[in-house]
Design a binder for this molecule. Structure first.
Ligand code: SAH
Length: 225
């Protein structure tokens, strides 16, 4: 699965993909993540990618030309299943959206800055708009990194124990159960006895009950769905 991310700040995307699970996934060729610097696709000498908004108002707008040049070049090289714009007014990212996107081969992601990107880029090229939540960040890079992480960890073979992604929160509509590791007792706080019993079926039942209880307390909306 291949990602092409278009950004005016490629440096912001260096670290998120250079460590741990995302780095291993690339080394194992389970995914390829390419970051493109938007400034390399401008025709003006100053390499600027933004301009004042028509109609006035505060903030700058990212111009159509650099995005169009970069997108057209990438599209000439391969077909894209989705061209996604990260934006606060998009569909809010959740596990279901991430699960749906792992079916794809090539995904392009556009990162905005300033006031956002010229509406015509969205009208002409973008096939999906995704928000990471109801708050506004300064750029689309962190949202893009979050989206890529959410998708890549689902690719079979990326996590060492494949079932671990399936047992995470939201996959079955429930939050995850509490987890414990050594030592058995820490300053009077003990691991629940059931987890030390070695009784697999009873442990599974306990975990399911904990998931239900936690979901009921923290996210009753998930149970209603
Ligand atoms: N004027 C816009 C906000 C622009 S913020 C508005 O009010 O909707 C600048 C850029 O940061 C956006 O173009 C987008 O790419 C990114 N961004 C900010 N918040 C985001 C969020 N919650 N989800 C996804 N992308 C976001």
């Amino acid at each position: 699965m291949r990602f092409d991310i278009i950004t005016v700040l490629p440096q912001l995307l260096e670290s998120p993909f250079a460590h741990s699970i995302l780095q291993r996934a690339q080394k194992k060729d389970l995914t390829a993540i390419h970051v493109h610097n938007l400034r390399e696709y401008t025709s003006n000498k100053q390499k600027s990618v933004d301009d004042y908004p028509y109609g006035g108002g505060s903030g700058m707008v990212m111009q159509i030309e650099p995005f169009a040049n970069c997108i057209d070049q990438l599209k000439a090289e391969r077909d894209y299943d989705e061209i996604i714009y990260m934006t606060p007014d998009g569909q809010t990212l959740n596990q279901e959206i991430a699960n749906g996107l792992i079916q794809h081969k090539n995904i392009m992601i556009l990162c905005g800055h300033y006031k956002g990107i010229d509406q015509r880029i969205r009208d002409i090229y973008v096939t999906k708009e995704i928000s990471i939540g109801d708050y506004v960040l300064s750029g689309g890079e962190l949202p893009a990194a979050i989206l890529v992480d959410a998708i890549v960890r689902l690719i079979p073979g990326v996590l060492s124990d494949e079932t671990s992604a399936l047992s995470d929160s939201f996959q079955d509509g429930l939050l995850d159960a509490p987890i414990y590791s050594r030592p058995v007792e820490w300053k009077g706080h003990k691991v629940p006895d059931i987890l030390l019993s070695g009784h697999e079926a009873k442990i599974a039942e306990w975990r399911h009950e904990q998931q239900l209880q936690r979901t009921k307390e923290r996210r009753p909306d998930l149970l209603n769905d």
